[in-house]
Write a protein that binds this ligand. Structure first.
Ligand code: GAP
Length: 493
């Protein structure tokens, strides 16, 4: 029976073993920003690779893209982010702490896990709604019902581009990777042979000036997303929505996430983002507070909202020059019916019809899934009276696949072990270690999640076999050195 990980266990293991460090730690740290260490970067790369393999490489109907983080400001006007991407916050009148209104707990709920279901809200609806804060508790000073009126807090980071006052402009760090895909829809159509239904996938950094960050890498201000925009004919969208729900749920299960820790949660109509017709979250039972279901990935039916909006945006370029880049002064023109035949429409040359495609969007967080994989793999057990910490990673995710040890540093064992290491590192991420007792070396690899350890011992000198020890069962088998790559490949792929 696996031990239920606590977040503190994960944070301490990540620091101790070089998975994840606080950013700028030597200067006291920068809140909500993290750096991935030597093991962490391998793990995160493997999460990215596994996503790309399932969503792009193994499919005939998805192509990839890598867009710049800085984009034309009109992109964010058209997408709705410039006006609507905000959280509703209030300020405690006693201690001035600002909190997301949907994160405030009632006095009666104190101690319960915070609600994390709404990533961002439709701010117009939220401002208009009545919020009774009379019973809500300030998470910082504990004062009850002593808040300012709720107000919107914009989540996009701003920056300046250009050195000259005349031509410099305010840009935004992208808060989602999706918009780069919509902005390149026509480019991809014109330069590839894709036909609807098809998808465009992208992995990259996104930035949000989150009001509350929490729980290690769960919610940060700089994070990585893996997003697919899957374009389909209106009317087929419900079917594709179901298809991607199943694909994405199984992706986590196939990479070893325990079924009892994963579930779907349908969004209620009043929590849907401004662009969505339907949305379901894949939730993971993260070990925050008392053990809590939290969003891991969102799967949304974005309809034809974004492509239509960008067609409107393209028509407001002149207004943008007149407004001197002030997005608040720009109004997107209403769309005439014939504009549905505009530049971001699609012509089906078999059915001879033109339409603006609907979009199904599975949107995952690379850092958030990395945290889920760490939590799910974490285990502690007692072996012969000693505690063993281990990460039971799926082989595809394990940062190091194989470790090679000489039993002792004499009798030519290190030379043989080095040769095996040099041979294996052509095929797998491999680690060589000759320091300390072999038992301790095994424990270090268990804690790093390495699935196999190879030891060169006395018998190797006689019959050219080595022991191969498997992490989870700790079972050892003898394998001839020349058969090692084949033996390991069979178990690692
Ligand atoms: N394009 C749709 C979109 O961005 P979202 O629900 O806001 O939807 C999708 O984000 C996923 O991105 C989330 O499920 C989560 O995994 C990840 N994510 C969002 N905000 C994050 C943050 N501040 N820190 C870490 N991951 C985040």
């Amino acid at each position: 029976m696996a031990k239920l990980a606590k977040l503190d266990d994960i944070v301490s293991l990540c620091k101790r073993r070089g998975f994840i460090f606080q950013s700028s730690e030597i200067y006291g740290g920068l809140a909500s920003c993290y750096d991935y260490g030597p093991l962490g970067v391998e793990l995160k790369n493997n999460v990215r690779k596994a996503w790309w393999k399932a969503v792009v490489q193994m499919r005939d109907d998805v192509v990839g893209l890598d867009c710049s983080i800085l984009m034309h400001p009109l992109v964010w006007k058209a997408s709705g982010h410039a006006d609507k991407f905000a959280d509703l916050i209030c300020e405690c009148k006693k201690c001035n702490t600002r909190t997301r209104v949907d994160h405030l707990k009632d006095k009666a709920e104190e101690g319960a896990a915070a609600q994390e279901h709404i990533e961002h809200v439709d701010i117009e609806k939220e401002v208009a709604a009545q919020h009774d804060l009379s019973n809500k508790v300030c998470p910082d000073c504990g004062k009850v019902g002593n808040f300012t009126e709720p107000m919107p807090f914009k989540l996009m980071f701003e920056t300046q581009m250009g050195a000259n006052v005349d031509d410099s402009m305010t840009l935004f760090l992208r808060p989602e990777t999706a918009q780069g895909i919509f902005a390149n829809f026509r480019n991809v159509l014109d330069t590839t042979r894709v036909k609807i239904p098809f998808g465009i996938a992208q992995i990259g950094k996104s930035f949000r000036n989150e009001v509350t960050t929490k729980a290690f890498i769960f919610r940060t201000r700089e994070f990585e997303q893996a997003e697919l925009e899957f374009f389909c004919e209106p009317g087929t969208d419900d079917e594709w929505f179901e298809h991607w729900k199943e694909q994405r749920f199984n992706w986590y299960l196939n990479l070893g996430i325990k079924k009892e820790n994963l579930r779907f949660r349908e969004h209620d109509a009043d929590e849907l983002a401004h662009y969505a017709k339907g949305c379901v979250d894949v939730e993971y039972k993260f070990p925050f507070g008392s053990g809590d279901w939290q969003e891991l990935e969102g799967i949304a039916n974005r309809t034809d909202y974004d492509l239509r909006q960008h067609q409107r945006g393209m028509r407001t370029l002149n207004a943008w020059f007149e407004a001197k880049g002030d997005l608040a002064k720009i109004e997107l023109k209403a769309e005439a019916e014939e504009y549905l035949k505009g530049p971001l429409s699609y012509f089906d040359d078999v059915e001879k019809k033109r339409y603006i495609p609907y979009v199904i969007e599975p949107s995952a967080g690379i850092d958030r899934s990395t945290l889920a994989f760490l939590v799910d793999a974490y285990d502690e057990e007692e072996v012969r009276g000693e505690k063993r910490n281990l990460l039971r990673f799926h082989p595809a995710l394990a940062p190091t696949k194989v470790a090679v040890f000489p039993l002792v540093r004499k009798d030519g064992m290190p030379e043989i072990a080095r040769n095996i290491y040099n041979d294996l590192k052509e095929h797998f991420t491999t680690f060589y270690d000759e320091k300390g007792a072999v038992g301790r070396r095994y424990r270090r690899q268990d804690e790093a999640g390495t699935p196999f350890c190879i030891t060169v011992d006395g018998q190797t000198l006689e019959d050219k076999t080595v022991t191969v020890r498997e992490r989870d069962s700790m079972e050892q088998v003898r394998v001839a050195t020349d058969k090692l790559p084949g033996h390991l490949r069979e178990k690692l792929v």
